[in-house]
Design a protein around this ligand. Structure first.
Ligand SMILES: Cc1cc2nc3c(=O)[nH]c(=O)nc-3n(C[C@H](O)[C@H](O)[C@H](O)COP(=O)(O)O)c2cc1C
Length: 364
C-alpha cells in the first residue's frame, strides 16, 4: 500500500475511533431540540395504523423520515461498516450516505469500500464529497463518483471548522458557492449540501437556494464535534490541540439551523446530535423534512453489526410513530403545525437571528 494510502487509512480509522468513543461530542453546547416541547393530545382520535411515516426525499420514497448520514469509506473496516449500515437501512426503508469519496477519487482501488448497492440494491444512497475536492475534480469526475456507487443524490459537504484545525487541512474556501452551482447544473442526480456538525446559517442556505440547491442537511451543533475530533487527534501541546480545544463547541445548534434552513424554503434534513425518535419529531416540528443520525448508528454497528443497526433504526422509527400519535399527527408534515412551546434559549436564538418561531399555535 502506498504511503499516502496508509495515511488515509490511519486518518479514517482515527476518525471512527474518536467519534465512536463519544470523546469528541460537544461539551456544553446542545442541539436545543430539548427546548422544543410538543403539546400532548389526549384526544388524538388516531389509530396507530393510520400513521404514515413515508416521505419523499430527493425524488425518492422513504418509508420513514430518517437518514443515516455519511460517515465512512476507504478502509477494510469501512467496507464492513458501510455494508452493515446499508443492509439495515434498506430493511428499514431509510436512506443512507457514504463518507467522503475523496479517497476513492485518489485511489480507485478503494472503490469497493463504498460499494453497497450489491448488498442492498433498493437502498436510497447518497454519495459524498467535500466542496474543495468537488472544485478540484470538476463536475464530470464528481458525477462519475456518484455513478460508480449508484448514488441517488450527491452530498457535497462543507467543513471549514474541521479543516482549519486539521493538520494539512484545506485553508482556501473561495469559490464554494460557484462550485456547488456547477454541481447542481451538471450532475444527473440531486445535490444535497451538508455541514458536518457546525450547522448552516440562514445566509448560507439562502445562497444555496439561490444557486438551485433543493435539499440541505444542516448537521448542526450538539452531537459529534469535528473540531473536537481533530483536537483529540492533534499532538499534545500543539497549536492545533489548543485551537481545537478553544473552538470545541463552535457551531449553530441543530434546532436553530433547522429553523433557518426551513425559512430559506429548501427541504431540510436535520442532523447533528439527534439521538432518539423524539429528537427527530422535534426537528420535524421545526420544519425539517427528515432527521439524520451518524454517531449513534456507528456505535450500534460496532456493538452488533447490521442487526444492532436494524434494532436501533426500528426503535427510533417506533418512537417517531408513537410521538406522532401523541401529537395528533398522521403524516410527518402534520408536525410542521403541531402546537408547541419553545424554551427560552431557543426562542432567544431565533429572536436574535430574526428567524420566525415556526408553527405558532393559532388563537381560536
Ligand atoms: C465516523 C464519522 C465519520 C464522518 N465522516 C463524514 C464524511 O466523510 N462526510 C460528511 O459529510 N460527514 C461525515 N461525518 C459527519 C456526519 O455525517 C454528521 O454530519 C455529524 O457526525 C453529526 O451527526 P451526529 O451528531 O449524529 O454524529 C462523519 C461522522 C462520523 C461519526
Amino acid at each position: 500500500m502506498p504511503d499516502d494510502s496508509r495515511d488515509i487509512v490511519r486518518r479514517k480509522a482515527d476518525h471512527i475511533e474518536v467519534a465512536a468513543s463519544g470523546g469528541a461530542d460537544f461539551a456544553e453546547r446542545t442541539t436545543l431540540l430539548e427546548d422544543v416541547h410538543l403539546v400532548h393530545q389526549a384526544l388524538a382520535e388516531i389509530a396507530v395504523e393510520e400513521i404514515d411515516l413515508a416521505i419523499e426525499l430527493c425524488g425518492k420514497r422513504l418509508a420513514a423520515p430518517l437518514v443515516i448520514t455519511g460517515m465512512t469509506g476507504g478502509t477494510p473496516r469501512a467496507r464492513i461498516i458501510n455494508r452493515d449500515l446499508a443492509i439495515a437501512a434498506v430493511k428499514a426503508g431509510v436512506a443512507m450516505g457514504v463518507g467522503s469519496q475523496r479517497v476513492m477519487a485518489e485511489h480507485p482501488e478503494l472503490e469497493d469500500t463504498f460499494q453497497v448497492k450489491e448488498a442492498a440494491p433498493d437502498l436510497v444512497l447518497f454519495g459524498n464529497l467535500g466542496v474543495v475536492q468537488a472544485r478540484t475534480l470538476g463536475a464530470g469526475k464528481v458525477a462519475e463518483l456518484a455513478r460508480r456507487i449508484g448514488a441517488d443524490a450527491m452530498a457535497i459537504h462543507l467543513n471549514p471548522a474541521q479543516e482549519m484545525i486539521q493538520d494539512h487541512g484545506d485553508r482556501d474556501f473561495r469559490g464554494a458557492t460557484d462550485t456547488i452551482a456547477r454541481m447542481v447544473e451538471a450532475l444527473p442526480c440531486p445535490v444535497i449540501v451538508k455541514e458536518t456538525g457546525c450547522g448552516l446559517s440562514l445566509q448560507a442556505v439562502r445562497r444555496l437556494a439561490y444557486v438551485g440547491v433543493k435539499t440541505v442537511d444542516v448537521s448542526g451543533a450538539g452531537g459529534t464535534s469535528w473540531v473536537a475530533v481533530e483536537a483529540r487527534r492533534a499532538a499534545e501541546g500543539s497549536a492545533a490541540r489548543e485551537l481545537g480545544t478553544e473552538l470545541w463547541d463552535w457551531g449553530l445548534p441543530t434546532a436553530v439551523s433547522a429553523v433557518a434552513a426551513a425559512a430559506a424554503g429548501v427541504d431540510v434534513i436535520a442532523s447533528g446530535g439527534l439521538r432518539s425518535g423524539l429528537d427527530v419529531v422535534r426537528a420535524l416540528a421545526l420544519g425539517a423534512h427528515a432527521g439524520g443520525l451518524a454517531a449513534p448508528v456507528l456505535r450500534a454497528q460496532r456493538a452488533g453489526g447490521s442487526e444492532a443497526v436494524g434494532d436501533l433504526l426500528a426503535r427510533v422509527i417506533n418512537s417517531i410513530r408513537t410521538t406522532m400519535l401523541l401529537c395528533g399527527a398522521r403524516r410527518p408534515t402534520d408536525l410542521h403545525a403541531a402546537p408547541r412551546h419553545l424554551g427560552p434559549t431557543l426562542r432567544s436564538w431565533l429572536d436574535d437571528l430574526g428567524l420566525p418561531a415556526p408553527g405558532v399555535t393559532p388563537r381560536p
